[in-house]
Design a binder for this molecule. Structure first.
Ligand code: SF4
Length: 316
């Protein structure tokens, strides 16, 4: 074997090794999120909403693998809503879904036409569009007998939503990993809740999913979300570990040290009472703020060192 082909073989091995590592990490993150929130139970029929973007392809792929290896039995049905946007390549998803042999349904509803008719030119169309989409997906889940509806939102979507709600909505609120519809009939799950967008991007690229562009509706991208996304990306570059730490904070809430009387009964605090499970008396102390970010996953550390940032210490 000459030197060039040796180098190529090494390169291929490295690519396969990295993909395997990435796949394992995504599967582990999805498995952990499912377990932590009891997202999928024995006998469930999970309707995976497939838009044709990187996130939903990854979600379907990982769930199909979990289905094979999980200790419980559950079924999967993929659903795509064809909203009749101009230029939507109708053949791509059926071809892909047939090729992987998963049960699926394509629902055709001209929500694009409705939105165009109802919303004046130049006004934002997303809120009506997503309301229509939600109604159709809930109805489809009922028709298919699905017990869970899985969406492809990931960790970064959740953090972006947290900041959007803080900056513009005056609420400390993100996107829940599991929620129940207002009428109590549908349970929506987000199994990618612990997955980083960067991992999903790399995975979708490596697996060469046939991505459908997401700008077919012609709507302007949500400017505020874009700004928050860029802010988080900048922090991620400047302060490695900050995103992980912030996500940890979402899982580590101390209502007694916030300011919402609905969450904590401040009014009835009485002398002599011992409050179980709340985080200490710090009234006279300077709050101790760790100076190193919290890392949840050993692989995160490796990612940073791979990126050339070696001077980084993970703390539990
Ligand atoms: S971006 Fe387009 S398809 Fe997506 S919610 Fe907004 S209007 Fe609907």
């Amino acid at each position: 074997m000459n030197q060039e082909s040796q180098q190529n073989t090494q390169k291929e091995k490295k690519i396969a090794y990295n993909l395997n590592k990435l796949q394992k990490r995504l599967r582990r993150n999805v498995g952990n999120a499912i377990a932590d929130f009891n997202m999928i139970e024995d006998g469930d029929k999970v309707m995976v909403c497939l838009s044709g973007g990187k996130d939903s392809y990854t979600l379907l792929d990982i769930l199909l693998n979990l289905k094979i290896n999980a200790p419980i039995h559950f079924d999967i049905v993929a659903v795509n809503l064809d909203q009749k946007q101009p230029g939507f390549p109708e053949h791509i998803l059926p071809e892909y879904l047939n090729s992987i042999g998963v049960e699926y349904k394509i629902v055709e509803e001209n929500t694009y036409g409705i939105v165009k008719e109802k919303i004046p030119e130049g006004k934002t169309t997303c809120s009506l569009c997503s309301r229509l989409r939600r109604g159709i997906l809930y109805r489809t889940a009922t028709e298919l007998g699905a017990t869970k509806i899985a969406l492809g939102h990931h960790r970064d979507d959740m953090l972006e939503t947290l900041f959007l709600n803080m900056f513009y909505g005056g609420k400390l609120k993100s996107m829940p990993p599991k929620l129940i519809s207002d009428d109590g009939k549908q349970i929506v799950i987000r199994p990618l809740a612990y997955c980083k967008e960067k991992d999903i991007e790399k995975y979708a690229q490596a697996k060469a999913f046939p991505i459908i562009p997401c700008n077919l509706c012609g709507s302007q991208p949500n400017l505020q979300r874009q700004v928050v996304k860029e802010m988080l990306q900048m922090w991620d570059r400047q302060y490695p570990g900050r995103i992980e730490t912030m996500f940890s904070a979402l899982q580590n809430v101390t209502p007694s040290h916030l300011c919402d009387p609905k969450l904590f009964d401040f009014k009835n605090i009485q002398r002599g009472a011992v409050l179980e499970g709340i985080e200490g008396d710090i009234a006279f102390d300077k709050a101790e703020i760790p100076t190193t970010p919290v890392i949840q996953d050993e692989d995160d550390v490796n990612d940073y060192t791979e990126n050339g940032i070696i001077n980084f210490k993970a703390v539990e």
